[in-house]
Ligand binder design. Sequence first.
Ligand code: HEC
Length: 176
Amino acid sequence: MRGVISATAAFVAVVGVALSASGLRPAPVKAVETYERKCSSCHGKEGALLEKGFEKKYRSDGELREMVESMPGAMGMRPEELDVMVAYTRAISRREPFLVWTTQGANTIEGEVSPGSATLRATAKRQTLKVSRPAPPRWRIELPKSVRLEDIEIVAQSGAHRVTLRLRESPYSHTK
Ligand code: HEC
């Protein structure tokens, strides 16, 4: 019994260290999947029906945020979830690819990209990381042991538009 308890304690300690070493956390909402489920019926797949450049109509970030907050699909969202949804609408307005890190695994991280047709590349320092695409909009990156989350950069390219997500700065793109 003591063996079981100490093995459990050791496991909890190891997982705890792995998660807290960098202090970085995934985004609080799967924004692309949530958008497809709650918003796309009115605004089209991947925001196709939202007007290009619509964000320019808003004098401030606060006004855009209030608009998104007033949407039927936004009911009950926590402020930190709403932040990610607003970031996604900025990417849609700019017709740029949107990137979000959503899940921390033992040796992988996962996230989403919109549009799903965007191509992805990931690096840590100069090392290229393996990116797989389980099913659009999702992506998954294998993490070799030596790689630190804060060194990871993910680049999404869609047509002429390219966006870089640096995990040390934020778990999602288009924060402003
Ligand atoms: C039932 C239909 C419907 C749903 C669902 C919906 N919206 Fe809207 N949305 C609208 C309408 C109608 C407007 C225009 C409102 C206005 O101009 O006052 C709008 C406006 C917007 C705008 C501003 C567009 C512009 O051109 O200024 C954004 C951004 C937006 N919605 C995001 C979202 C998001 C994100 C969701 C999901 C959380 C969502 N909407 C869900 C109907 C919807």
